[in-house]
Design a protein around this ligand. Structure first.
Ligand SMILES: [Cu+2]
Length: 309
């Protein structure tokens, strides 16, 4: 059985976001609320990181927040000093100074140094996120108006479509607008290379707790990667406005233990071999009548050949 429970140790989350939470608390009197692998009402911060990439993104964000906080306090202090010290009651005769080379060099060089200080770890992280040098498995994601299809090229071309579960079909406990019929299932502690493409318009495969956001573009194969550290269900959405049902193509990734993944693979191969996924049938999703016609007109010839078919 797939386990859908979340199990991120609170200590790790707390450490990762400590600096950010402290800074936020100092400024706004707020603490980070609502840690979960899906969006929460009134959420103020990131979802808890589920991959090393997202952990690094959160740490980098927290570090930037501290720098931003210090700069803001410094500028506010200068402003306050000028307002008090040079108030016309205290300083009736304004100075005629118009240039001060030392200060001018300082206020040019110091911000440049700060930017360089930020750019170095930023570039390092960008390259780290970009792709994994040692992928354990590959998954191909194809975006359609308005659903996703997933393929496992390493697993004999296993492939299936992932569609939103309509409100009327939701079972108790299922999340509205986030739940799908066939989630993407991956093993934990595995470097998963994701290749992402599109079949009609530009979409974007975005799973916030993974730190993965990759455009799905027709005729291009974009790449990203993730390594899920804990079993659980992780939710995302298309985040590129892609048409009338853009909001109705959620992403659900279920991470399971390696033995459970093998078990799932066996079942899935049987299930999806019995009912091979139809390629790009635009009318199946909830769709406005006019959009169905437009999408159907855009479809012929644009379908991706599916591995294994
Ligand atoms: Cu989309």
């Amino acid at each position: 059985m797939l386990r859908l429970t979340r199990s991120i140790p609170p200590g790790r989350v707390a450490r990762a976001s400590l600096a950010g939470a402290l800074a936020l608390a100092a400024v706004f009197g707020l603490m980070a609320l609502g840690w979960a692998a899906e969006p929460q009402p009134w959420q103020m911060n990131f979802q808890p990181p589920a991959t090393p990439v997202m952990e690094r993104l959160v740490n980098f964000h927290d570090w930037l927040l501290v720098i931003t906080f210090l700069i803001t306090i410094f500028v506010l202090g200068l402003l306050g000093y000028v307002m008090v010290r040079f108030h016309h009651t205290r300083h009736p005769l304004p100075t005629r100074t118009s240039h001060h080379p030392v200060i001018e060099i300082l206020w040019t060089v110091v911000p440049v140094l700060i930017l360089v200080l930020i750019a170095i770890p930023s570039f390092k992280l960008t390259y780290y996120m970009d792709r994994t040098p040692n992928a354990d498995m590959t998954i191909k994601v194809t975006a359609h108006q308005w659903y996703w299809s997933y393929e496992y090229p390493d697993q004999g071309g296993l492939g299936f479509d992932s569609n939103l579960i309509q409100d009327k079909d939701l079972k108790p406990g299922q999340k509205r607008l986030l739940e799908v019929d066939n989630p993407l299932v991956v093993p934990v502690d595995t470097n998963v290379r994701v290749q992402i493409t599109g079949s009609d318009v530009i979409h974007s495969w975005f799973v916030p707790s993974f730190g993965v956001q990759e455009y799905a573009i027709i005729g291009r194969l974009n790449e990203s990667w993730f390594r899920v550290e804990h079993e659980g269900a992780y939710y995302g959405e298309c985040n590129q406005i892609c048409g009338v049902n853009h909001a109705f193509m959620p992403i659900k990734v279920v991470a399971v233990s390696k033995p459970d993944f093998q078990k799932w693979l066996g079942d899935a191969k049987k299930k999806f071999a019995a009912a091979p996924p139809a390629e790009s049938t635009p009318a199946r999703n909830q769709m406005a009548p006019g959009a169905a016609v437009a999408a159907a007109a855009a479809q012929p010839g644009s379908g991706e050949p599916r591995a294994g078919n």
